[in-house]
Write a protein of this length. Structure first.
Lengths: 404, 414
């Protein structure tokens, strides 16, 4: 059986990227990465792509050199701070040590005296953890640095946790979910870690419920907020597919103690009927939407949510394998030598392996980095279900004439 | 960003570039695992416009240094990693690149590599650089190449009609390689290998039998380590290095380049003339194809940013003139310091006037210098960093100009 080499580690971005990804979502925040230029440039390049803009005015670098190891990093951090302050004082300053700086162990707290805004110091490099750990650590450090307003929870008001533009397609998925919630009268108080202000972050207690979108990213924060602010939280399978989205929405409304079941069912019945009709026409023309093997490579919440939607409502298939990003080895290899139609949902790193293995496959990009597929719409929610089905059919049809 | 001068790159990336497509090898990054992700993503980006996806890619594994290893060291972890790599991949050799973390922790990586090598009989080459320390990207690239030379390359009395290319990484999409290989074949030579980035152990052991070394990638940002490697390889093998003053770009310099190369390889006059005639024919065909489409078009050179390397653009004017494109002059971006731009224009010495920004709208095409930050703009970058080599590169460049003009013709310009 020809498979991906088992030592091709399912790696993920480092904690520094995760921490920075959380903070660039905060309006007015500026970050100094206390580390080498290379780490800075690669974090920046990744996040610039995710946020679709250059973050040079938000993220700065101390540019460690060899002398820093001996003499310390403070002068370089101060130099970066001077550069940062040319653009005006930020609303929040974070100084994040990368691996090397954290090993050097400088005490940089004196920097806080040079600005009047709140300052967060943190050691979050690749040796401290991966993207998820970095994100969570920074989120917790940020929440600890602010004082929550004492507010009474407002009905039908929620915070969205565990969402970030560093997740593939988030810039389409999250607005789609927000739109769906608002359609049923739910108000978003704060999308913490996705796109938020300091005022919103200080008024988390206004929410009746915390909705955790990506569990691996948001559960820790939700638990913290439950302990400290007594805000209940909901973790549910991601809203992929129409049935998946309907189920997710009903769970949210139930957690908000609102009975809109009939309205929701009516709305989704109409959507399902329409999509079912379109699907039936395509099946009549091209045969069943069938793949002999489906391989899904993504972070936990995405992989499991998509697997559920594909399995229960979107496609028929012979076998499905899941590989979770962050796990150190490929546990469930795809069998390239099996004949038939193979569908890969993953990143361009997975795509390359399949090309090299000369597999006959179709590809849908669902994880970063993605240079081999294009998506201009959501995969979650109602519009997402249509878009996903469209992509699945396009994948199927691309294999139809490719030959064996 | 105001970071000042100093090291930009990481030596591990330099090592990776040096050992990019060596099938016999495995690269081990003694680093946190995210460093491997960075490398993979960097390559994933490159695959779409520079490299062809192939199964020649050297596997990359990381030793996964964690926080707790800062106290006890990560040497044992590296040893386990090396042994596992040997078990799974059975490589002919391993190259170990070290991260800054390994340097700060103080692991004796060299000792571990030697110990595992002695136990397993697999050559393990340890690059003496640590992340951004000890010279960064260029030093990592050079040291990796030097280790390969020390280990596998030997001088030889025997000679084959082969040339070793120094400096190219991917052969499939690089016009330099496609063109160079074609010319060498016409002159009666084969390419022995591309050193250090695409070569097997067998090929490295046979480098000594080449006729000469040919320096490639002459005018790009990271040429310096390849020049050093070329010199070192030449000293080891006693082979001559063929280098040239300028890239074969445009008609005149391509023919001069071929003639110069043929002379250095002691090719007969008859054969050289045949190759030159064949080249003239190819150029004539390409110019005949594109001249009807491009002649009479007016263009400007828009200086968006002054390059960090010295450049000459005589070849650029020549290739535009060949198809009848008229270059109106320069437009200088307002953000550039006037003294700096004046010096830049003087150094280019093309005899073109500086025009106002209105010229950008009046021209049929705009070629920009240093476009990387401004990808939204509908211009064509002047390819000074990776020149359009010979007839191959010329055809690619003209096609780009033609397609841009077609776009404007069908949709208009904003």
């Amino acid at each position: 059986m020809k498979t991906i080499d088992k030592l091709d580690c399912r790696v993920d971005y480092c904690g520094l990227s995760g921490a920075t990804a959380f903070l660039v979502a905060l309006e007015g925040a500026k970050i100094i990465i206390n580390g080498s230029r290379y780490c800075y440039f690669w974090s920046r390049q990744f996040l610039d792509k995710c946020y679709k803009k250059e973050l040079e005015k938000s993220v700065f670098c101390s540019a460690l050199n060899e002398n820093s190891i001996v003499f310390g990093t403070e002068p370089l951090v101060k130099r970066a701070l001077k550069q940062l302050l040319k653009g005006g004082e930020p609303q929040l300053l974070a100084v994040i040590n990368n691996c090397t700086a954290s090993l050097i162990g400088d005490d940089l707290h004196g920097i806080a005296q040079e600005v009047s805004c709140p300052v967060i110091f943190s050691d979050i490099g690749g040796i401290q953890g991966d993207f998820i750990e970095g994100y969570q650590k920074m989120a917790e450090a940020y929440l600890d640095s602010i004082t929550q307003e004492k507010l009474a929870p407002e009905p039908m008001t929620v915070n969205l946790l565990g969402a970030n533009k560093a997740y593939h397609n988030a810039e389409y998925d999250v607005p789609e979910i927000i739109q769906l919630l608002e359609r049923f009268g739910v108000k978003i108080n704060c999308a913490l870690g996705y796109d938020f202000t300091a005022e919103e972050a200080k008024s988390l207690a206004r929410a009746q419920l915390n909705i955790v979108l990506h569990e691996e990213l948001g559960l820790g924060i939700a638990q913290k907020l439950e302990n400290e602010l007594h805000i209940p939280y909901l973790v549910a399978a991601l809203p992929y597919g129409l049935e998946g989205t309907e189920k997710w929405l009903l769970q949210v409304l139930k957690a908000l103690h609102v009975d809109l079941e009939q309205e929701v069912k009516t709305y989704f019945a109409k959507e399902k009927a329409e999509l079912s009709y379109l699907n039936a026409r395509l099946e009549k023309a091209h045969g069943e939407l069938w793949f002999d093997q489906i391989c899904i490579n993504a972070r936990t919440s995405v992989a499991q949510g998509l697997a559920d939607a594909l399995r229960k409502e979107l496609v028929n298939y012979g076998e499905m394998v899941l590989n979770i990003y962050g796990e150190k080895q490929v546990k469930n290899p795809c069998d390239f030598e099996k004949s038939g139609d193979l569908l890969l949902l993953g990143s361009s790193l997975d795509y390359r392996h399949f090309v090299v293995a000369k597999a006959r496959f179709a590809f849908i990009g669902i994880s970063y980095p993605n240079n081999d597929d294009v998506s201009f719409g959501p995969y979650m929610g109602v519009a997402g279900a249509r878009h996903l089905l469209e992509k699945l059919w396009a994948a199927k049809l691309s294999l139809k004439h490719r030959g064996k | 960003m105001g970071l000042g001068k100093g090291c930009y790159g990481c030596s591990m990336t330099g090592v990776r570039r040096a050992i990019a497509f060596n099938k016999d090898a495995v690269i081990v990054f003694h680093s946190p695992y995210a460093c491997g992700q960075i490398m993979r993503e960097k390559e994933s980006n490159a695959y779409n416009h520079r490299y062809e996806i192939s199964d020649d890619e050297t596997p990359l594994v990381t030793s996964d240094i964690l926080d707790k290893d800062a106290i006890f060291g990560a040497q044992d972890k590296l040893a386990v990693c090396l042994e596992e790599v040997i078990k799974v991949y059975n490589p002919k050799y391993i190259v170990v690149a070290n991260s800054c973390v390994a340097g700060v922790i103080g692991d004796d990586v060299e000792a571990i590599c030697q110990s595992v090598q002695a136990r397993t009989n697999t050559p393990i080459l340890c690059v003496p650089c640590f992340g951004f320390m000890n010279g960064g990207y260029e030093e990592g690239l050079y040291q990796a190449g030097k280790l390969l030379i020390d280990r596998f390359v030997h001088p030889s009395e025997e000679r084959e009609k082969k040339i070793t290319l120094v400096g190219i990484v991917d052969p499939y999409k690089t016009t330099e390689h496609i063109f160079t290989q074609d010319i060498l074949e016409q002159l009666g030579f084969e390419v022995a290998c591309i050193f250090p980035g695409r070569t097997t152990v067998e090929e490295m052991e046979a480098i000594g039998k080449s006729q000469a070394l040919l320096m490639c990638a002459r005018f790009n940002f990271v040429h310096a380590p390849y020049v050093k490697l070329g010199k070192y390889l030449s000293e080891k093998t006693k082979l001559p290095i063929i280098d040239y003053k300028s890239d074969p770009v445009g008609y005149v310099s391509t023919l001069e380049w071929i003639e110069d190369l043929a002379k250095k390889l002691s090719v007969s006059k008859e054969r050289t003339d045949a190759v030159l005639n064949s080249m003239k024919e190819r150029f004539t065909q390409i110019i005949a194809k594109y001249k009807p489409r491009l002649a009479g078009k007016k263009v400007v050179i828009y200086v968006l940013r002054i390059p960090q390397i010295d450049i000459k653009l005589d070849w650029f004017l020549e290739i535009l003139n060949l198809v009848g494109i008229e270059t109106l002059g320069y437009v200088i971006d307002q953000r550039i310091d006037s003294e700096a731009s004046k010096k830049f224009i003087e150094d280019l010495d093309l005899g073109l006037p500086v025009l106002s920004e209105d010229a950008l709208n009046e021209a049929d095409l705009v070629y920009t210098i240093s476009m990387a930050k401004y990808r939204n703009m509908d211009h064509i970058p002047v390819p000074f960093a990776t020149s359009p080599f010979g007839y191959v590169g010329l055809a690619v460049f003209y096609e780009k100009c033609y397609r841009k003009l077609m776009k404007f013709e069908h949709r208009g310009r904003e």
